[in-house]
Design a protein around this ligand. Structure first.
Ligand SMILES: C[N+](C)(C)CCCC[C@H](N)C(=O)O
Length: 263
C-alpha cells in the first residue's frame, strides 16, 4: 500500500498550484517562486494520504480498492484522518514556519532605501533559524500546528466520505463531479474548524522575530483575544475557505483518479 503515498504526493502538488495565488493574497506579500511550496506540500500530502489510507487498512482490513464495496465506519474514518493529520503536522511544521516567516517579511511594495529583507529565500531562512535557535527553532509553533491539524483532518476525511456517499449509489465509485464537490467542501469545513488555531499558530511562529514572545499557546490565545477581541480567531476565514475549495477539489480528484488508474 505505497501507492497512496505516491498519489498523495502528486495530488497535493496539483492542489497547491491552484492555491498559490490565494496564499499570496492572504498575507499581502509576494511569495515568489512556487518550487518550494510545491515540494513541501507534496511531501506533506503524501504523508497525510498515505498514513490515512494505511491506518484504515489496519483498522478495517480493507484496501483502498475494497472500500467502495465495504465502506468503513465514520469513526474509523475520523480516527484514521486524525492519525494522518497528527503525523503530517510534524512534517509540515518546518516548511510552514519558513512559509510564514517569508510571507510576513515581504512588503507589498518595497520602499526605496528600506532595509533589505532578513531572509533571502527558503534555504537561507531555514539556515538562519537553525543557526540562531538550533533544530528546535525549526519546530516553533509545531504544537499549535498539531492541535490545529489533528482533529480538523479527521473532520476533513469524514466530510469527504459523507458527501461522496450522499451522491453515490451503494458500492459504486463516486463520479468526478461528486469527488470535486466533496473534496472542495471537505477543504472548506476543515479550514473553518482550523482557522482559530491557524491564527494562533502563525503568531507563535512569528514570535521571537518581530512580534512579542508568548508564554505558550494559551497565553497567545488569551492575550490576542484581550487585545483584539474574539474576532481575531476568525481572521483569514474567508480567504482560507475560498482557497480551500479549489485546492482540495483538485487534490481529491487527482488522488482518486491516480489510484483508480493504477488498479
Ligand atoms: C487541516 N487544515 C484545515 C489546516 C488543512 C486541510 C486541508 C489540507 C490541504 N493541503 C490544504 O492546504 O487545504
Amino acid at each position: 500500500p505505497a501507492e497512496e503515498f505516491v498519489a498523495g504526493w502528486i495530488s497535493g502538488a496539483l492542489g497547491l498550484v491552484l492555491g498559490h495565488p490565494f496564499d499570496t493574497v492572504k498575507l499581502l506579500g509576494f511569495f515568489k517562486g512556487m518550487s518550494f511550496p510545491i515540494a513541501s506540500i507534496a511531501v506533506v500530502n503524501s504523508v497525510l494520504f498515505g498514513v490515512y489510507s494505511n491506518a484504515l487498512l489496519v483498522l478495517t482490513a480493507t484496501s483502498h480498492q475494497e472500500r467502495r464495496a465495504q465502506p468503513p465506519s465514520y469513526t474509523h474514518v475520523f480516527i484514521a484522518g486524525c492519525t494522518g493529520g497528527f503525523l503530517q503536522a510534524y512534517c509540515l511544521a518546518p516548511f510552514d514556519l519558513i512559509k510564514v516567516r517569508l510571507q510576513n517579511q515581504t512588503e507589498p511594495r518595497a520602499k526605496p532605501g528600506s532595509r533589505p529583507p532578513q531572509y533571502r529565500g527558503p534555504v537561507h531562512c531555514a539556515a538562519s533559524i537553525f543557526q540562531a535557535e538550533g533544530p528546535r527553532g525549526l519546530f516553533r509553533g509545531a504544537w499549535a500546528l498539531t492541535l490545529r491539524d489533528t482533529p480538523t483532518l479527521g473532520i476533513y476525511f469524514v466530510t469527504y466520505e459523507w458527501l461522496c456517499r450522499q451522491f453515490t449509489l451503494d458500492g459504486q465509485t463516486p463520479s468526478s463531479g461528486t469527488v470535486l464537490v466533496a473534496g472542495g467542501f471537505a477543504g472548506i469545513t476543515s479550514w473553518v474548524a482550523a482557522t482559530p488555531l491557524d491564527v494562533i499558530k502563525s503568531r507563535m511562529q512569528m514570535a521571537g522575530l518581530k512580534q512579542r514572545a508568548y508564554g505558550g499557546l494559551l497565553d497567545c490565545m488569551v492575550s490576542s483575544a484581550r487585545q483584539e477581541g474574539l474576532g481575531v480567531f476568525f481572521r483569514g476565514l474567508t480567504i482560507n475557505s475560498a482557497r480551500a475549495f479549489p485546492v482540495n477539489a483538485v487534490t481529491f480528484l487527482s488522488y482518486e483518479h491516480l489510484l483508480l488508474s493504477w488498479g
